[in-house]
Design a protein around this ligand. Structure first.
Ligand code: HEM
Length: 499
C-alpha cells in the first residue's frame, strides 16, 4: 500500500513462504532484515533495547539473555510464577462469590506484571493489589508511561505533539530511575552473596549480571533498557492471549472438556488452586507443566486465530532486498516497510483447509497424541513451520516465547477447572429462549451475538497503536467466574452465569 506522502509504502506479506524470506538469516542480513524504526518507543524501551538493536549490539544482548530465557532455566522458576498466580486465583475466588463483572484482560495484565517482576528481577511489584496506590512505584509509573501512548498517531511529526513527547520523556526517565536503583541493589546483593548464589534459582537479571565485574554506567543503561523492554513485551501480549484462551474455551465445549480431562489426568481430581499450587512447587512440578500437551495445542490454536503481534522490517534504498513471490517473480522491497502479516498467514485456507477460521487445537497434536482425544479433528494436513509465526521466526524470533508458554500453562492448570467463564457484552453467547442454553454451531463453537476482535488500545492499560502491529491489546474481555463445583448446566441472566 502506498501511503506517500504520509509515510513510506508498506508491503503486507500474506504468504508464509515470503514471510520466511524476510525473517531468516541471509548473506545480506546475517541477523535477518533489520527492524523498522522503533524510535517513537524510546521512552518505553530505551535507545539500546534488544527489540530495536541490530548487528553486533543485538547479537551480544541476545547472548547475554538467552540462557535466562531458556526453558531449562524458566522451568526452575515455576514456583515463582505459581506464587503470583495463586494471588490471581484468590481474586477470581472473591469475584466468583460476588458475581460481579470484571475485565479478565485487566486482571491478567496485573498478573503478568507481577510474574515479570519476580522472574526477571526477583522483585515483588505487587501489581495485583486491588488498591492501585499499594502497587509498586514501578508498576504505577510504567502504566502511566504506557497511558501516554494510548492515543498516539505515530505519523504525526513530534513538533505537532510536543507536550505528549515531553510527557513521555519525563515518565520514561522516572521509570528509568526506579529500574536503575533496583539493578544497583540487586547487583550489590549478588556481589555480597556470590558464594551462596550457587545452585539457587536466579532471576534473569541476576543471571545476566553474573560475569559483570563492575556495574559501569554503560552496563547500567544497557541493562535498564532491556528490563524496560521485558516489562513491555512481557505483559501486554501474554495478557491478551489469556483473554482469548478463556474466550475460546468458553465457546468450545469439546476443547474445554479435553483441557479439563488433561488436567484431571495430570493433577488428579482436586481443583482447588492451593492443591495445584502445592503440586507445581514440589519437585517434579516442571514435569507436570511439560505434560500439558493438549493445553499447549489450545494455546497455539488460540494464538493462530488471534495473533497479537508480528514484525515490521526495513532495508534502506539501494541495499538490494528482494522477495520471491509464489509465482516466481523477484520484487525489490528496498525503502519500504515490510510487514509480515501473520494474522492473514495464520488463516490461509491453502494451509489450514476448510477449518482455517475454526478453533481446532487437535490440528497441533501428532496422530498418537490425538488418538486419545477426538480423532476426527486431528489434522490431516501437515502445517509448514513458517505458517505458524506467532512469535515470529528466525534469529529475531521472540526471546520470551517459553516464558509466555510456561506462565500461561501454570495459569490454566490453576483455574481452568475451577471456574466457568461467561462472556458478557461483546462476544456474548446466544441462548435459547426456553431454557437459556447455548446453541452449538456447525464449527463446534457456541453461537455468539457479536464477534470479538483485537484492537490496539483503550484497555485499562492503554498502549500505543503501532503501524508495525507490535503492540496489540484485546479489549472488552469481561467474564464472570463462577465456582466450578456449582455448575448446573444453565445460564443465568444476571451475569453470574455458569453452564
Ligand atoms: C503471547 C506472548 C508473546 C507474543 C505473542 C510475542 C510475540 C513476539 C513477536 C511477534 C516478536 C517479534 C517482534 C518484532 O520483530 O518486532 C517478539 C519479540 C520479542 N519478544 Fe515477544 N511475545 C510474547 C511474549 C514475550 C515475553 C513474555 C517476553 C519477555 C518477558 C518477550 C520479549 C520479547 C523480546 C525481548 C523480543 C525481541 C527479540 C529480538 O529482537 O531478539 N515476549 N515477541
Amino acid at each position: 500500500m502506498d501511503f506517500r506522502p504520509i509515510c513510506r509504502p508498506v508491503v503486507f506479506i500474506a504468504s508464509h513462504d515470503m514471510a520466511e524470506q524476510i525473517s531468516k538469516a541471509t548473506k545480506l542480513f546475517p541477523a535477518s532484515v533489520p527492524k523498522f524504526d522503533l524510535s517513537h518507543l524510546k521512552p518505553v524501551i530505551g535507545p539500546t533495547s534488544i527489540l530495536s538493536a541490530y548487528g553486533e549490539e543485538w547479537r551480544s544482548l541476545r547472548k547475554r539473555f538467552n540462557h535466562g530465557f531458556s526453558s531449562q532455566h524458566l522451568l526452575t522458576l515455576i514456583p515463582t510464577m505459581a506464587d503470583r498466580t495463586i494471588v490471581f486465583a484468590r481474586q477470581l475466588d472473591s469475584l466468583s462469590k460476588v458475581g460481579n463483572k470484571f475485565s479478565l484482560v485487566s486482571l491478567s495484565m496485573h498478573l503478568t506484571f507481577d510474574i515479570i517482576g519476580s522472574v526477571i528481577m526477583d522483585v515483588d511489584l505487587n501489581a495485583q493489589d486491588v488498591d492501585p496506590s499499594q502497587r509498586s512505584e514501578l508498576v504505577r509509573s510504567f502504566t502511566e508511561l504506557l497511558d501516554a501512548y494510548w492515543d498516539d498517531q505515530i505519523h504525526i511529526p513530534w513538533w505537532l505533539k510536543i507536550r505528549t513527547v515531553l510527557r513521555r520523556r519525563r515518565l520514561g526517565r522516572r521509570v528509568e530511575r526506579i529500574l536503575k536503583s533496583i539493578i544497583r541493589r540487586k547487583y550489590e546483593e549478588q556481589q555480597a552473596n556470590l558464594d551462596k548464589n550457587h545452585g539457587q534459582q536466579l532471576s534473569i537479571l541476576s543471571l545476566s549480571l553474573q560475569n559483570t565485574k563492575t556495574l559501569s554506567p554503560d552496563i547500567l543503561d544497557l541493562t535498564c533498557d532491556q528490563l524496560k523492554t521485558f516489562l513491555l513485551a512481557g505483559h501486554d501480549t501474554p495478557s491478551a492471549t489469556i483473554g482469548w484462551i478463556f474466550y475460546e474455551l468458553s465457546r468450545n465445549p469439546r476443547a474445554l472438556s479435553a483441557v479439563r480431562s488433561e488436567l484431571d489426568d495430570i493433577f488428579g481430581p482436586q481443583t482447588e488452586p492451593e492443591g495445584i499450587y502445592a503440586q507445581l512447587v514440589a519437585p517434579g512440578g516442571a514435569d507436570l507443566v511439560c505434560r500439558m500437551l493438549y493445553i499447549m495445542a489450545v494455546i497455539k490454536e488460540t494464538l493462530r486465530l488471534h495473533t497479537p503481534a508480528s514484525t515490521a522490517r526495513y532495508s534502506a534504498a539501494g541495499t538490494g532486498l528482494t522477495v520471491r513471490t509464489p509465482t516466481g517473480d523477484e520484487l525489490c522491497v528496498d525503502d519500504m516497510v515490510v510487514y509480515n502479516c501473520s494474522a492473514i498467514i495464520h488463516r490461509d485456507p491453502a494451509i489450514y483447509g476448510d477449518t482455517a477460521d475454526h478453533f481446532v487445537p487437535e490440528r497441533w497434536l501428532s496422530s498418537t497424541q490425538s488418538l486419545s482425544r477426538s480423532d476426527q479433528y486431528a489434522s490431516t494436513m501437515p502445517v509448514p513451520c513458517g505458517a505458524w509465526r506467532l512469535f515470529e521466526r528466525g534469529p529475531r524470533g521472540c526471546i520470551g516465547q517459553e516464558f509466555a508458554s510456561i506462565e500461561i500453562r501454570v495459569l490454566i492448570a490453576m483455574i481452568a477447572r475451577r471456574y466457568e467463564f461467561t462472556k458478557v457484552g461483546l462476544g456474548e453467547l446466544v441462548l435459547t429462549e426456553e431454557d437459556r442454553r447455548p446453541i452449538l454451531g456447525d464449527d463446534g463453537r457456541y453461537k455468539v451475538r457479536s464477534h470479538m476482535y483485537n484492537v490496539s488500545s483503550q484497555t485499562p492499560y492503554p498502549l500505543e497503536q503501532e503501524d508495525d502491529g507490535w503492540v496489540w491489546i484485546l479489549t472488552n474481555v469481561r467474564v464472570d467466574a463462577t465456582d466450578y463445583s456449582q455448575a448446573g448446566g444453565r445460564y443465568d441472566d444476571d451475569g453470574g452465569g455458569y453452564w
